[in-house]
Design a binder for this molecule. Structure first.
Ligand SMILES: [Ca+2]
Ligand SMILES: [Ca+2]
Ligand SMILES: [Ca+2]
Length: 172
């Protein structure tokens, strides 16, 4: 289990960098992903994504005080939590971005989604290149979710390129 990956993910989720993740901050990811893909807030996929994220937040917030600290996140995050609640939440964002519903994202769709949810455009573009191993110009849903799972649990994954400090931490 990689604390480095958890720190990078937590830093991305803590959008205002005050050391805790709040529910509005966390749901903001859904709002930005919806806006980036031009989805109306009342679209069923947006409603589903919001519900999935509320569920994740409740589970992350171990003492139910409305604030998720890094300690809470670290204690919770891992393979089981990913399979149980991160996968549906991340999948729901993927579905928002997948405008033609074919289970694949183009480079443009992928970069827009990742930028909306906290990656730099450059990091997202590098991650896409790493994920698109066959050079077909798309990334499928399972590959995407597996890459995030592997980053969270091992710290090593094509998705590592998406996180701003990963080159630095990999070298240290
Ligand atoms: Ca915060
Ligand atoms: Ca808490
Ligand atoms: Ca698509």
């Amino acid at each position: 289990m990689s604390d480095t990956a958890k720190r990078l993910i937590f830093a991305m989720l803590d959008a205002d960098r005050d050391g805790v993740i709040t529910l509005p901050e966390y749901l903001g990811r859904v709002e930005r992903a919806a806006a980036a893909s031009g989805r109306d807030p009342s679209h069923p996929l947006v409603t589903a994504a919001t519900a999935a994220h509320r569920e994740v937040f409740e589970q992350m917030d171990g003492n139910a005080d409305g604030r998720v600290t890094f300690e809470e996140y670290r204690a919770w995050a891992g393979h089981d939590a990913f399979e149980e609640s991160c996968r549906p939440a991340l999948g729901s964002l993927f579905d928002l971005a997948d405008l033609d519903g074919d289970g694949r994202l183009s480079r443009d769709e992928f970069t827009r989604l990742r930028a909306a949810t906290g990656n730099s455009a450059g990091g997202a573009a590098a991650a896409f290149t790493a994920l698109d191993v066959h050079g077909g110009g798309t990334v499928d849903r399972d590959t995407y979710l597996a890459a995030i799972h592997d980053f969270l649990t091992t710290g090593t994954s094509p998705m590592a390129d998406a996180y701003p400090d990963s080159a630095e931490t990999a070298a240290s």
